[in-house]
Design a protein around this ligand. Structure first.
Ligand code: FAD
Length: 447
């Protein structure tokens, strides 16, 4: 009687409730990962995310094998592939940790209902969010649209459960089950191989995530509140890709941070991740539609492809913007403050639709996820939940003076700006700011 554990955004052994449930049956366990690029509505992974996924799956597969288990890789629409693997393994049960994006929920709910009718045991668990989206409600029973009361309400709920220990053994099936070869999925870039900066900067997989959390709590947490806004300080955890892929669970992060007796600010940032996912749960079209419909009246001009390309490649002539965009291109990551500044510049100074920026980040960020990315873009645009008002336009020069006063970050990523002949800006910051405010008048009229 074999059980299947369907791994999705939870590529870990520790604190994995679905894996725990399968092991509790004391029968063979088959780990499964499905690369689904065919089911309706599923967003195809971006390039940097595919790179991460490759390495994270390699690590998970190895860790399962070390414990006697196996990881089966299959490609195709999840509802079909899951049924095929259940049949191939003669399995009678399947377990997974929940997903919260619309198309994924539809697949999971459909499978759950139909498999149960066929007497397959199916159970799903909370593994990716500290608080289930339907449990956090306002006094009036609706969901929150402002972060501070949202997080207060979360903190008033029973504390997140303690993390589950990592299993020492994962008994595999008696007979071999066919699996794709990871290399055949083509997740890694080849011609050209642009992943050098990613390899230099990251160690995908559960052991790397655990080591990073320990290092952050021991060495960086103390300076987090003060240093988190200074891009050259590297005072933040850089756990976002590990959280995105579930190599570490938010429950582990929560409890290990609470145990230090500090870290309220850090945990409230993890709270923003919860807020973004809860928002996506209630608005599945977050990546394509303005959360605030009055923004539908915003008069985006025809797309200027040259300006978009200059932004993407870090050739805008604005030092902090260029530095940030090149950090992203090279490492698959960008510091949070700089993300806000480059996003504001694209939307407000270049007057380019936030969806263009969201797509570029989706393709280039190692931590790109279906909730935090569109949520944050809408936050900067002013069209989102608890968003910065549109008229508050970041001035990238003042921001640089404040958060990179010695140009350490700018010199690291866009050194020519600190030289004798810095590049010319492609647009005038002040004129474009005024143009943006005029365009915004249309939104105000639409209220
Ligand atoms: P830390 O400061 O150490 O925070 C700890 C964790 O909390 C992070 O790993 C992350 O999971 C979460 N977190 C922190 N800040 C935020 C935030 N503002 N919103 C949501 N979660 C947060 N984050 C993503 O994980 N994926 C994205 O695709 C993404 N896209 C973004 C796009 C834009 C335009 C902006 C402005 C922000 C975006 N963020 C995104 C949020 C934030 O920039 C990153 O989570 C953060 O920089 C990750 O670095 P860290 O792990 O060192 O963060």
């Amino acid at each position: 009687m074999t059980s299947i554990v369907w791994f999705r955004d939870d590529l870990r052994l520790a604190d994995n409730p679905a894996l725990r449930a399968a092991l509790d049956r004391a029968e063979p366990v088959v780990g499964l990962y499905v690369l689904d690029e065919e089911s309706p509505g599923i967003r195809r992974l971006g390039g940097a995310a595919r790179w991460w996924l490759h390495h994270s799956l390699a690590s998970l597969g190895e860790r399962l094998r070390e414990r006697g288990g196996t990881l089966i890789l299959r490609r195709g629409p999840a509802d079909r592939v899951v049924r095929e693997v259940l049949a191939d393994a003669s399995a009678t049960a399947i377990f997974w940790n929940r997903r919260y994006a619309g198309p994924e929920r539809e697949i999971d709910a459909g499978l759950k209902a139909s498999l149960r009718e066929e007497s397959i045991a199916v159970a799903s668990f909370a593994g990716s969010l500290l608080f289930e989206p339907w449990t956090v409600k306002t006094g009036g029973g609706t969901h929150f649209s402002v972060f501070t009361p949202f997080w207060r309400a979360c903190l008033a709920l029973p504390a997140p459960r303690a993390p589950l220990p990592e299993p020492r053994e994962v008994p595999g099936p008696a007979q071999a089950i066919a699996s794709d070869a990871l290399e055949d999925w083509g997740l890694l870039p080849t011609r050209p191989d642009w992943a050098e900066g990613l390899r230099e900067n990251w160690e995908p997989g559960e052991p790397g995530a655990r080591a990073r959390l320990r290092e952050f709590l021991a060495e960086d947490l103390d300076r987090y509140d003060r240093g988190r806004d200074v891009p050259s300080e590297e005072a933040t955890s850089r756990l976002s890709p590990s959280l995105r892929w579930g190599e570490i669970s938010p429950f582990t992060i929560w409890h290990e941070t609470v145990a230090t007796g500090r870290g309220a600010k850090f945990l409230s940032e993890v709270g923003w991740r919860e807020f973004a996912w809860h928002t996506l749960f209630h608005f599945p079209d977050l990546a394509t539609k303005n959360l605030r419909s009055d923004f539908d009246a915003f008069p985006w001009p025809e797309l200027d492809e040259d300006h978009l390309a200059a932004w993407q490649r870090g050739n805008t002539g604005v030092p902090l913007v260029d530095a940030g965009m090149r950090e992203l291109w090279h490492t698959g990551y960008m510091h949070n403050r700089v993300r806000m500044i480059v996003a504001s510049y694209l939307i407000k100074n270049l007057l380019i639709d936030w969806r263009q920026g969201e797509e570029w980040f989706w393709d280039t960020l190692v931590d790109a996820d279906s909730a935090s990315n569109p949520f944050s873009w809408q936050w900067v645009a002013g069209s989102g939940a608890d968003a910065a008002p549109y008229f508050r336009i970041f001035n990238p020069e003042l921001q640089a003076k404040k958060f990179d006063p010695d140009a350490v970050y700018i010199r690291r990523w866009a050194a020519e700006h600190a030289g004798d002949e810095p590049p010319e800006p492609i647009v005038d910051l002040y004129a474009t700011r005024n143009r943006a405010l005029e365009a915004y008048e249309k939104v105000k009229q639409n209220r």
